[in-house]
Structure formats: structure tokens, C-alpha cells
Design a binder for this molecule. Sequence first.
Ligand SMILES: CCCCCCC[C@H](O)CC(=O)SCCNC(=O)CCNC(=O)[C@H](O)C(C)(C)COP(=O)([O-])OP(=O)([O-])OC[C@H]1O[C@@H](n2cnc3c(N)ncnc32)[C@H](O)[C@@H]1OP(=O)([O-])[O-]
Length: 295
Amino acid sequence: MFSALRQPLARASAAKPLARAFSVYSPVKNAVAPVQNAKLEYLLTETRGRVALVTLHRPKALNALCNGLFVELNQVLKEYDNNSEIGAIVLTGSERAFAAGADIKEMKDRNFIENYTQDFLGHWVDIIKIRKPIIAAVNGFALGGGCELAMMCDIIYAGDKAVFGQPEIKLGTIPGAGGTQRLVKAVGKSKAMEMCLTGSVNLTAEEAERAGLVSKVLPADQVVDEAVKTAEKIANLSQPIVQMCKDAINQSFEIPLSAGLNFERRLFHSTFATHDQKEGMGAFAEKRKAKFTNN
Ligand SMILES: CCCCCCC[C@H](O)CC(=O)SCCNC(=O)CCNC(=O)[C@H](O)C(C)(C)COP(=O)([O-])OP(=O)([O-])OC[C@H]1O[C@@H](n2cnc3c(N)ncnc32)[C@H](O)[C@@H]1OP(=O)([O-])[O-]
């Protein structure tokens, strides 16, 4: 199914839902049922040069994250990951909300047995398997799962009115997709504890930048364009080397320093097996711009 979808995605140039074959998730049972020629209901997609721009589009619910949205998001991201015309991805929401968290109304009646046996949220986090860099362009609310989704991306740019928070505790639950883990690594234990334990201490965009959660704060109407510009820069570098670099940085979250340094050195060594390393260093020595061929 993915290869059949590749062409329509690669050609898409306007921000509108694409008609295609799709699978949808039953919110209750997590069962995948194939639906032919359904439309994207929760996303807008477009391509700008070598960058794919994916917009969460559930405006009436402030982009609350539901099962159907993740089925679409996973498929679209996988398509772009496999499309050699695309070098990087920008994920954004609306000016009012990147995402106001998991859909509370959809999940409120779930029970423990269902959650456990169906591994509720298991497939929601497939975004971390995407090999190409993903930049989150965040405006408005990034709460609960919205904050967690942004943290699963590789770089976060925030609009000046963005708000990051983990309010789950006020709903009688805890963050379920990285709020107690990635947030600690991004902002430190004390701030993460304060945010998660109170549910009401949020970070403004500037606070998030100071804490290291966000790499740049921009006027709200410039966030997406700036994210696309950065994504385009990355997309025009050597793609295998970009992927190795993303891999190496992500390893720093998983393994001890000595193992991470070893992993990094092995990847560094292996870049010398590529044509792009010869081209990149050769171009520097010859005082010309490198032309990478992804080999
Ligand atoms: C990457 C993988 C992610 C996995 C996630 C893991 C699990 C996660 O850790 C758990 C959560 O996220 S738990 C969630 C953590 N998040 C939270 O606790 C935040 C919950 N949201 C809020 O506190 C408020 O909506 C805001 C303060 C965001 C805005 O307030 P405002 O400006 O007065 O606007 P308004 O009038 O309130 O909302 C407009 C419409 O949107 C609707 N809607 C909004 N969020 C919704 C949601 N999450 N659900 C459903 N619907 C939601 C709202 O009902 C209303 O619809 P209506 O049909 O017109 O009634």
C-alpha cells in the first residue's frame, strides 16, 4: 500500500487533504480496517521543494490527538520517509494549537485491560521510527500528548505565544508518551517535576527556549516558514550522513556515554565509505560548493 501512495504524496503541492486508500483505526478496539479511497481527515500535507509539511488539522478539538489521527500520521510520515524526493519533514498544527493533548473524550471510558492487552498508545509513537529529521513548528497549545509529540520530533521551533505543559495529573492520570522521560532530559528534573506534578505550571515559548526544550522562538506567523527553511538546509545535505547523525544523537538518550562515544566513532569511520564524504571534504579543499549525491 505504501508504494501505491508514494506518487500522490510526492506530487502534492497544496495544503489540502489527499484522497487515497487508507486504513482507519477503531478508537475502541484498536482494530485496523482497510478503507479504500478514504480522505485524510485529520491532516493537511504539502511539499515545498525537498521538504514535506504535515499539518495536524482537527481545528474544532484544538488538534486533540485521536487514534484516527495517528493512523494517518504514521502512514503519511512513513510515505515521506520512503520517498527519496523528500529530505526532511516539518510537523505543525494551527496558530491556536499544535495539539491540546490526547483526545480526552475518546479515551475517558477505556479500561485497564483494554489498554494493556491492546497496548494503547503503542502505535501512536511510531514517529520515533522515522529516519528523516522532523522539525516541530509549534504555535499555541502543546499540552499533554501535544508536548510529548513535539518532543518526539528532532528540533522544536516555537511561536512566541506557544505554551508547553503536561496537565495529565489534573485528569487523574500521568503523561503516557514521554512527559516524565523526555521532558526531564530537556528541562531537568525539578522543572519537569513541577510541570508534571502540578499539571498547571506551563512553559512559555521563551521559558522553553531558555530551558533547552525549544531551539528557536519566532513570531507566530514565521514559525512554519523558518522551520521549512531549516528543513530545506538539512534536506540538501547528504541524506545518509544526515541519518547517521540523527541516529548518533538519538543514541545519547539510550546508552551510557562510553558506548555512545563508541557508536559515534564507528559511524564517523563509516562516513568515509561514502562518496559524499569525499565530495564534501574535496569541495572544501577545492574551495567550491559540495554537490551531494546521497551515495
Ligand atoms: C505522540 C503521542 C501522544 C500520546 C499521548 C499520550 C497520553 C497523554 O500523555 C495524555 C494526554 O495528553 S491527556 C490530555 C492533556 N491535555 C489537556 O488536559 C488539555 C485539555 N484542554 C484544555 O485544557 C483546554 O481545551 C485548553 C486550555 C487547551 C483551551 O481552552 P479553551 O481555549 O477554553 O478551548 P476549549 O473550549 O476548552 O476547547 C475547544 C474544543 O476543543 C476540545 N478539546 C480541547 N482539548 C481537548 C482534548 N485534549 N481532548 C478532547 N477535546 C479537547 C474542547 O473539548 C472543545 O470542544 P467543544 O466540543 O467545543 O467543547
